[in-house]
Design a protein around this ligand. Structure first.
Ligand code: COA
Length: 674
């Protein structure tokens, strides 16, 4: 495996297709490399030779005597394979293929040919169909995008090259400092996981932002993300959320999108912050990379306007920011500063007569308090408000809060002076916003990450199951050319996984049906056993709540008669007698192997809740018991499990056990595709 340092910290670069024509991409790339101040050797390659930007142009790669770490390929698609061959011969470590015209337009074979040749000859490939790489650590801008990149601590990995290229410009406008920016394009070889593995160890990168369209090796990505989020936040935008978007993604990069719900659940499970818009993603990156994580969840709103305070409280609920609600404690902290007609309940209302000096006092009190963990300060420009002092107030308090490891955000409303203040403060990197929702969204993102870190558990739950028994049962079903289990087979599997089921027996005659019913104890349930009738209820093959011998005899005869009428050719093996379960809540617990992410577990309330309301939760497997419990708590109907109207609380621990057992079956047993 080639070290990704050759990509992010190359000691020498060749540009294959360096053009003399200033309008061409091949010129732009070499120009960006030169102007970005890259301190190591740069070798332009072009059969015409000559000089570009004062650099000697080599006619071929083999003419260079020194080793090459990274080669940027910027020549038409049909010439790329030969260039890749030359790179491998020369011992180049990584080839970055900017050229498009491969799998994204159906030219899959050529892309495969290149990737296979490279892999077999020890060359790694980034791309094709990419805009290049920016790496602040070695002052390298090997892209054909904008030149004006601010070095900083946000790393961006994007699948869309054009979006990435335009993000270079956008980050400059948003005043976001970049540590690295890479596009992965068609991912013929190097993918997000390779890049993340490097970025999570790179000191300069404090936060990673990924734009994803499709995931190929999902299981590996989840592992890498789990490792990354332990140390730094990761923000993801995944397009193709809607059905139409998914089709667009498939045609854009030729990759499968995967189910969005599953992707969403797995990102949350891995502690990844999923943003819906670029604005949110940029805001979060800027805020999380520049500000300390809180030490607890007590947030206080300090305002000089009641209405805006309430709006902010709403936003806090929406984004999961917990407001500090210990009224006596808040009274003690703020009562000296707040006028009698103000409020020391959160939001802390300094009232419309407050000037920056009242804010000064309240913010100092919040800073000093050990029980306040984060502050949102709201300044409205009312008549007495001295807006000219606002920039100084913000800068002063921002620096103090930051140095003491306490997050603070500001939201200001008003005329020109206030607008100018927002602009100048943002330019300096202070979290000052015009819209409270934008501010609270940032704090919400930070708290999502904080809560993930606090609750994170690397302890993986295991279940003791009889793998061989389960595999043998499934093997016999396969031999019978079936892809469904009969009731007793399903029960055998559940028994082997130690999942509790009602006592049951298959009866092959009326006599047996009666004997089994008496042995099990009434009431019982009777169900047809036939490989030829899968939907038993449709055929009249199910009888519930049979209370005695006579009811069992009647039910047996009715089931056999009705099923024979339903399908005269059906082979009837008998009936399954089970103990009738007591009334309760119907749940569904599922597990499957996802094409992208491997073993997945699912939980929800059964019946209409799962089918109509889609009230279900997913997780990648394996997981911790904690995470399995989160899955149970996450569904909207969870309160029903707590017991409503005098009902007993349901056995959530039992649900967690079953989720883990089922996941273990899918993970451990060789049972083929379902
Ligand atoms: N080795 C080195 N240089 C070579 C070469 C070789 N084997 N064969 C040709 N060249 C030179 C050419 O002579 C030319 O230089 P010149 O202008 O000085 O004569 C230069 O390489 C470029 O070749 P050219 O044929 O002019 O190609 P182009 O510039 O029109 O297009 C690409 C090349 C790669 C830009 C184009 O094929 C492409 O893929 N464009 C899309 C890129 C893109 O959007 N990528 C995804 C971004 S998200």
């Amino acid at each position: 495996m080639t070290d990704m340092r050759y990509l992010f910290e190359p000691k020498s670069i060749a540009v294959i297709g360096a053009s003399h024509d200033t309008a061409k991409i091949g010129y732009r790339v070499i120009e960006n490399i030169v102007l970005s101040g890259y301190p190591h050797k740069v070798y332009p390659i072009n059969p015409r030779g000559g000089e570009i930007l004062g650099l000697q142009v080599f006619k071929a790669l083999e003419d260079i005597n020194n080793p090459i770490d990274l080669a940027c390929i910027v020549i038409p698609a049909k010439l790329v394979f030969d260039a890749v061959k030359n790179c491998a011969d020369k011992g180049v470590k990584i080839a970055l293929i900017i050229t498009s015209g491969f799998s994204e337009v159906g030219n899959i074979q050529e892309e495969k040919r290149i990737a296979t040749y490279a892999r077999e000859n020890g060359l790694r490939i980034l791309g094709p169909n990419i805009f290049g790489i920016y790496s602040a650590g070695v002052s390298l801008n090997a892209t054909f995008g904008a030149r004006d990149v601010r070095p900083g601590n946000v790393a961006i990995v994007t699948q869309s090259g054009a979006l990435g290229a335009s993000m270079i410009g956008k980050t400059a406008v948003e005043n976001i400092g970049i540590s690295a920016m890479v596009s992965v394009g068609n991912k013929a070889d190097i993918d997000e996981s390779d890049l993340l593995e490097y970025l999570l160890t790179q000191d300069m990168t404090k936060i990673i932002f990924m734009y994803v369209e499709g995931v190929r090796e999902g299981e590996r990505l989840v592992k890498v993300l789990n490792g990354a989020t332990k140390n730094k936040p990761v923000v993801v935008i995944k397009s193709g959320r809607s059905a139409k978007g998914a089709i667009a993604v498939a045609s854009h990069t030729g990759s499968l999108a995967g189910t969005d719900e599953v992707f969403d659940a797995i990102m949350r499970q891995s502690g990844v912050l999923r943003a819906e818009s670029l604005q949110d993603a940029f805001d979060w990156c800027k805020f999380l990379s520049n500000n300390p994580l809180p030490h607890g969840e007590n947030t206080v709103i300090i305002t000089n306007g009641g209405g805006v305070g309430v709006m902010t409280a709403d936003a806090c609920e929406k984004y999961g920011v917990r407001l500090y609600d210990d009224v006596p404690a808040l009274g003690e902290i703020f009562s000296d500063i707040i006028p009698d007609f103000g409020s020391t309940k959160n939001p802390i209302d300094l009232t419309g007569q407050a000037t920056t000096s009242e804010f000064d006092g309240a913010l100092n009190a919040a800073l000093k308090s050990d029980t306040i963990d984060a502050v949102i300060a709201l300044m409205s420009e009312v008549a007495v408000f001295d807006a000219e002092n606002l920039p100084g107030l913000i800068e002063n308090h921002y620096q103090h809060f930051k140095s003491q490891g306490k997050p603070i955000l500001f939201s200001c409303f008003g005329g020109d002076k206030v607008e100018d203040c927002i602009k100048s403060c943002s330019t300096k990197g202070f979290p000052v916003f015009g819209d409270v929702y934008e501010a609270v969204s940032c704090l919400g993102g930070m708290y999502s990450y904080y809560n993930y870190l606090v609750n994170r558990s690397d302890e993986i739950a295991v279940a003791d199951i009889q793998v061989e028994t389960i595999e043998e049962t499934v093997r016999r079903v396969r031999e019978d050319k079936r892809n469904f289990l009969l009731a007793h087979e399903a029960r055998a599997i559940m028994k082997a996984a130690r999942i509790q089921t009602p006592t049951s027996q298959v009866a092959r005659s009326l006599d047996e049906a009666v004997r089994h019913s008496e042995a099990i104890g009434y009431p019982v349930v009777m169900k047809l056993v036939s490989k030829d009738i899968v939907h038993k209820s449709d055929a009249g093959g199910v009888a519930l709540d049979l209370e005695n011998r006579d009811e069992v005899i009647d039910a047996y005869q009715a089931i056999i008669q009705s099923c024979k009428a339903y399908d005269p050719n059906a082979k009837i093996e008998g009936v399954d007698i089970s103990k009738m379960a007591r009334p309760g809540i119907e749940l569904i617990i599922g597990a499957r192997r996802d094409k992208t992410f491997g073993p997945i577990v699912m939980f929800g309330l059964g019946g209409i809740y799962v089918e109509v309301m889609k009230d279900i939760s997913f997780r990648a497997f394996p997981l911790s018991r904690n995470e399995a419990m989160n899955m149970v708590k996450e569904i909207r109907s969870y309160p029903l499990l707590l017991g409503v109207r005098g009902e007993k609380k349901k056995d959530a621990t039992g649900i967690v056990d079953t989720i883990i057992k089922l996941g273990t079956i899918i993970q451990e047993c060789e049972i083929g595709d379902i």
